[in-house]
Design a protein around this ligand. Structure first.
Ligand code: NAP
Length: 258
């Protein structure tokens, strides 16, 4: 079992901390730039809260950096964890950002949506590992394997492509659900009406390619229907632009079918 220190106290740090602790690892310290946040998460994980990145306890085997992507480099620059393993959890940032913190650096990227409150089920989530050397990759692989059955060593370019794809498939799709919920709410209708449609689509994706499941007025080039939709979006100029952009993208993608 490993001794793990968490740098960060947000969604990823909380979810990983709980899962790693449940798997039998010891969480040594939790760092946050806000002492209250470090104390709150450290309390849950039976760890020590720390405020100074320069005085982290070297007893930890692995330092997992789970701060926002833009802060990883600055945080790592303040750490000294020579001989220890330092990894960040970002889908997009280079492991090289951690070079100054330790000679054993890598990436520990959970391909799953993590939140602070609900316990994240990592067991079937893809966990992507990178390591600057074999020992680092092996140690991170073993740590990941203790919470997931689906661990893979990846190249940076693969990790970044998966991250980009997830932004389209998950983040942007969820934004579309948010827009749909708002449009329905404006007419006193519930988003519940869409749930069977969404569930059926998710089920169909298990057996078919997304490109073959495209339906709707854009792919049919039903111009009069599109016109009515744009009229219904009166007062939502931003959503009109989004509708037109997506309609154009679908039509361009499927242009052979015209
Ligand atoms: N959540 C996910 O589903 C998910 C999935 C895969 C990977 N990740 C990765 O996990 C990492 C953390 O994401 P998250 O979702 O946990 O974000 P989050 O919930 O917003 O938490 C961000 C953390 O970064 C800290 N932070 C923000 N700005 C900082 C700064 N300037 N200096 C130092 N610390 C700073 C915050 O500190 P305070 O508490 O002090 O505000 C907080 O601890 C990111 O690299 C992200 O790409 C997240």
């Amino acid at each position: 079992m490993a001794k793990v220190t968490l740098i960060g106290s947000g969604k990823a740090a909380s979810a990983l901390g709980k899962a790693l602790r449940a798997a039998g690892h010891e969480i040594i310290e939790v760092w946050s730039r806000h002492p209250n946040n470090a104390e709150a998460l450290a309390g849950i994980l039976k760890a020590r809260p720390v405020q100074d990145l320069r005085s982290l306890d070297p007893v930890a085997d692995v330092f997992l950096i789970a701060v926002k992507d833009d802060a990883i480099e600055a945080v790592a620059a303040q750490m000294q964890a020579a001989g220890r393993i330092v990894a960040h959890c970002s889908g997009i940032k280079s492991a090289l950002l951690l070079k100054s913190a330790s000679e054993n650096y890598g990436v520990f990227y959970p391909f799953v949506s993590m939140t602070k409150d609900a316990d994240t089920d990592f067991s079937s989530a893809l966990l992507m590992i990178e390591g600057i050397n074999a020992a680092t990759a092996e140690a991170l692989f073993a740590l990941a394997g203790s919470i997931s059955h689906h661990v893979k060593r990846v190249e940076e370019a693969q990790r970044q492509s998966l991250h980009l794809a997830a932004v389209f498939a998950h983040n942007f799709t969820n934004h579309m659900y948010t827009v749909a919920a708002q449009l329905l709410a404006e007419k006193s209708l519930s988003f519940d009406a869409l749930k069977p449609l969404i569930a059926a689509h998710h089920a169909a994706l298990q057996r078919s390619e997304p490109v073959s499941l495209q339906t709707g007025p854009a792919i049919r080039h039903d111009h009069s229907t599109i016109e009515v939709h744009l009229q219904l979006l009166h007062g939502h100029e931003d959503l009109k632009k989004l509708y037109e952009l997506l309609t154009g993208s679908i039509q361009q993608w499927h242009k052979d079918k015209q």
